[in-house]
Design a protein around this ligand. Structure first.
Ligand SMILES: [Fe+2]
Ligand SMILES: [Fe+2]
Length: 320
């Protein structure tokens, strides 16, 4: 079965997600080897032995498949169970972070693909609530969070990571109000919404971008801002994270080139973690930088282009 045919029929799901829930309202398939037709592993609502999926995970299986037409049922099932799993102190924090990461990425992937703004905002709001309670109610070490995250180039992965980092950095600079942290998380999830309109071949281009392609890239903060500006459920702070996250303190950024204090404090937070995330993620055109290299690059950009205090705080967090 070709990869495209498989993708059309089945939704890949991290097996780790299955390990944390008991009964599953969906059929679970797996591939015996790469390129093979998925075969049924467990029919829906059939009881699963506690150790069945963890054993499979230990044997190296990372991904299972569910029929694409059961995707919504699965989403709903996860959403119904997320709270209980995240609040369960018996599950180690790294496993809960990893679970939320898988759930969140799957959720974002689906809604970003749906191109439906209502649906996107609903999901992003629910997800930011979960992220806030997990991060604000537990001692989350930034480097441990870094280890459980994926570091690929997909916009849904990048957005999830930026939102997580933005919350940690916001806490470090003294923001403790839970509602504000949730708004920051939601702003992080939405910051690159405008990128969803950029053709993939431009985002993944290995060669130097043409002037027209670069202009297309530079439109994304404005496109995101325009899409969200009229929404009553999006705040001014969040809009500024979307609109100003590529602005630089010396005025050399885009889309406007505003400088200094004209850049909103939450946009500055977003900028620092956005650059860090981009540098440490795998891109089709280059290998990821190590944490140390990425922090050095941030250091070189501060305080001329980036807020020096924010960079200092982010370094302190990552090196803890
Ligand atoms: Fe961006
Ligand atoms: Fe970004």
């Amino acid at each position: 079965m070709t990869d495209t045919a498989k993708r059309q029929k089945y939704l890949p799901v991290p097996l780790a997600l299955m390990c944390l829930t008991q009964e599953l309202p969906v059929d679970v398939y797996w591939c015996l080897h790469q390129g093979a037709e998925p075969v049924l592993l467990r029919g829906q609502n059939i009881e699963i032995a506690d150790d069945e999926f963890p054993r499979l995970l230990e044997s190296g299986v990372e991904t299972v498949y569910i029929p694409r037409d059961q995707g919504e049922v699965f989403q709903k099932h996860l959403q119904d169970n997320v709270r209980g799993i995240l609040d369960n102190q018996d599950i180690p924090i790294d496993q809960r972070m990893s679970f939320l990461n898988s759930t969140g990425r799957t959720m974002l992937q689906e809604v970003f693909r749906s191109d439906n703004l209502d649906k996107t905002l609903d999901s992003v709001s629910v997800l930011s609530e979960h992220m806030t309670s997990l991060i604000s109610q537990n001692e989350v070490v930034a480097s441990e969070l870094f280890d459980v995250l994926q570091h690929d180039y997909h916009t849904y992965t990048h957005s999830y990571n930026v939102a997580s980092y933005a919350m940690l950095l916001a806490q470090e600079v003294g923001i403790r109000d839970k509602d504000e942290l949730q708004r920051i998380s939601m702003g992080g999830l939405l910051h690159d919404l405008g990128k969803l309109r950029i053709p993939n071949h431009i985002l993944t281009k290995k060669e130097r971008l043409s002037e027209a392609e670069w202009q297309t890239i530079q439109r994304h903060p404005t496109d995101g801002f325009i899409a969200l500006a009229q929404r009553p459920d999006v705040t001014f702070d969040q809009l500024m994270m979307v609109y100003q996250h590529h602005e630089k303190l010396d005025g050399s950024g885009y889309p406007v080139g505003v400088d200094g204090d004209e850049i909103h404090v939450l946009a500055r937070i977003c900028t620092v973690v956005d650059i860090f995330e981009a540098l440490t993620s795998n891109r089709p055109y280059r290998n990821p930088n190590t944490t140390k290299e990425a922090l050095e690059i941030l250091d070189q950009m501060a305080p001329t282009k980036l807020d020096g205090d924010m960079v200092k705080c982010w370094k302190a967090l990552m090196l803890k």
